[in-house]
Design a protein around this ligand. Structure first.
Ligand SMILES: Cc1cc2nc3c(=O)[nH]c(=O)nc-3n(C[C@H](O)[C@H](O)[C@H](O)COP(=O)(O)O)c2cc1C
Length: 126
């Protein structure tokens, strides 16, 4: 991280620290590697499917937090923080950090968001 860009990051990190906590999402690479060894024809896909599984998990956790009235965001400071996270919480070496989800009280409502026309993104064939 270049020094001149760090101020913005420092402000964001202070906001995360003021929240209630952070969910850390990992994928156990021993499982991924075992599947790669057992199903060689699909070996290249298991890391991709592992990431997709984590994305699904992140989505349901985020939805559960939202339903409980808790605000959350998704952050990716990995891989910069991987080793420190693992040593701080004494986690298995093969757990790969995928994403971080800080959560807490909702201070301000999210701003308006623009979306591309759905017709450009979804095709229906009958
Ligand atoms: C898959 C995904 C990855 C994201 N990764 C980051 C990230 O690394 N850093 C960040 O500041 N925001 C990231 N965000 C955005 C924020 O978490 C954002 O608060 C959240 O998506 C809500 O805003 P939105 O409705 O504009 O998506 C990510 C969002 C998604 C959906």
């Amino acid at each position: 991280m270049p020094t001149e860009q760090f101020e913005g990051t420092a402000q964001k990190m202070a906001a995360f620290k003021a929240g209630a906590g952070t969910v850390l999402f990992f994928e156990d690479q021993t499982v991924v590697e075992k599947l790669q060894a057992n199903f060689a024809a699909y070996a290249d896909n298991f890391p991709i499917w592992s990431n997709q599984s984590s994305g699904m998990l992140q989505h349901v956790v985020w939805t559960a937090l939202a339903e409980a009235g808790v605000g959350a965001s998704l952050q990716h400071y990995n891989p910069l923080i991987d080793e420190e996270v693992k040593s701080t919480w004494e986690l298995p070496a093969k757990w790969k950090l995928i994403a971080q989800m800080p959560f807490g009280g909702i201070v301000t409502a999210p701003g308006e968001k623009e979306f591309q026309p759905v017709e450009d993104r979804v095709r229906v064939f009958k």
